[in-house]
Design a protein around this ligand. Structure first.
Ligand SMILES: Cc1ncc(COP(=O)(O)O)c(C=O)c1O
Length: 395
């Protein structure tokens, strides 16, 4: 299969491509030069002229982040908050929903571990109930079952779009339609999907969405963001406030700001914020549809190559499969495979533990190798990966 994409340029603009095969994009992608250079430049200025002085000089680049994120998600800039990661962004919105005894939260069996911890904490505190919607036969959220579970006790529908440890893409738009028809707020954890597949909050119908900078957007670590729909912002009181999120009017009175920045901190990773704006511009310059096509095509090639090897089981579920390829083998452990690949300068990760616990315990899995591809990866890299893997597990 030939994949049309200016891969040569993508690789020329990614310094590390010369030295390694990076199939850990679901962990953190390699930053492209324009993003890394913007970050370095910003940090150098902080060193040379001072942090506050740099923030003043870089106001335009810092604020550009909001416009870029708005363009990426098809929302307005004032519906975006900059937060240090996807989890904290998600928390700031999730913990703002008031739950009462008997209220229900509906989520998926492929939900991210940190989110499940937060659900359980709130459920315990407020006497609410957490319900895992069953999967359909493909392994994605069963939207018929979801629709059947809707009743007046359901106060929130909250799912991960792409789980951390699988190539599955949950049907977010279908979930959004069910939530919208029922008038139930819908939170979408788009941590693995942002920069990977197109996201339009209006089309999806989500009220809240969180994302991270370092994964498919190719931004710096320590960056993330939150989208909250305009009509919901002022109804959600953040669980934590500071003097950026609110203004102190007198020793006993304050007023919370009316835009999504109410979910932010005063002190921020400004270098990362400016660089994340650049990373979003960079992703948009390639086209998110084009990125998706390229990544999906490469992942399809990798899955079909893996399927040819005896003893390898591909673990990805769902109707639509993305750039994350997960597998197990009866001939080695995921940890050992990761180690051997690392010796050949091939990066993959292992998914195990809390992140995938709900899904894996449901499916009888302990851990999987996660090879997550991006558009700057190549078919030749897939060949090298397969040769190395075959030397370890045989054919
Ligand atoms: C589905 C999903 N949600 C949330 C997160 C957490 O993102 P962050 O580390 O930016 O908080 C991850 C990280 O892997 C993830 O895969």
């Amino acid at each position: 299969m030939t994949i049309k994409f200016d891969v040569e340029r993508a690789r020329a603009e990614t310094r590390a491509c010369e030295n390694l095969i990076h199939f850990n994009n679901a962990g953190a992608s390699l930053m492209p030069m324009p993003v890394a250079d913007a970050l370095h430049h910003y940090l150098q200025q902080e060193e040379n002229i001072g942090g506050y002085e740099t923030a003043e000089a870089e106001q335009t680049n810092i604020n550009h982040f909001y416009d870029a994120a708005g363009q990426l998600l098809n929302c307005s800039a004032d519906e975006i908050a900059f937060v240090e990661n996807a989890t904290r962004a998600w928390d700031m919105a999730f913990y703002a929903f008031k739950l009462m005894p008997g209220d229900k939260i509906l989520t998926t069996l492929s939900e991210y571990g940190s989110n499940v911890i937060a659900y359980n904490q709130q459920v315990k505190r407020h006497g609410a109930e957490l319900v895992f919607v069953p999967n359909d036969e493909s392994g994605q959220i069963d939207t018929d079952a979801l629709a059947d579970l809707i009743d007046k006790r359901v106060k929130l529908i909250s799912i991960s779009h792409i789980p951390t440890g699988s190539g599955l893409v949950n049907p977010a738009g279908a979930v959004g339609r069910i939530a919208g028809d029922a008038g139930i707020p819908f939170i979408l954890d788009a941590c693995q999907s942002v920069g990977h597949i197109p996201l339009d909050v209006t089309k999806i119908g989500c009220d809240v969405l969180c994302g991270t900078g370092r994964k498919y957007l190719r931004g710096p670590r320590g960056t993330g963001f939150l989208y909250v729909r305009r009509g919901l912002i002022e109804k959600l009181e953040p669980p934590i406030l500071d003097q950026h999120a609110a203004t102190l009017l007198s020793p006993t009175e304050y007023i919370i700001r009316d835009d999504a920045k109410r979910f932010e901190n005063w002190e921020q990773y400004f270098a990362g914020k400016a660089a994340l704006g650049k990373a979003i511009d960079y992703a948009l310059s390639w086209g998110i549809d084009e990125i998706k096509d390229r990544v999906y095509a490469l992942a399809t090639i990798l899955r079909s190559r893996l399927a040819e090897i005896k003893g390898i089981t591909i673990a990805d579920q769902g109707v639509e499969k993305c750039g994350i390829v997960t597998f197990t083998t009866d001939r080695s452990t995921p940890g050992d495979i990761k180690k051997i690949l690392k010796q050949k300068r091939i990066n993959v990760s292992v998914s195990d533990g809390s992140g995938s616990l709900v899904s894996f315990s449901h499916r009888g899995l302990k851990s999987v190798v996660r090879a997550s591809l991006h558009y700057y990866n190549t078919e030749t890299e897939v060949d090298i990966f397969m040769e190395t893997l075959e030397k370890t597990v045989g054919r």
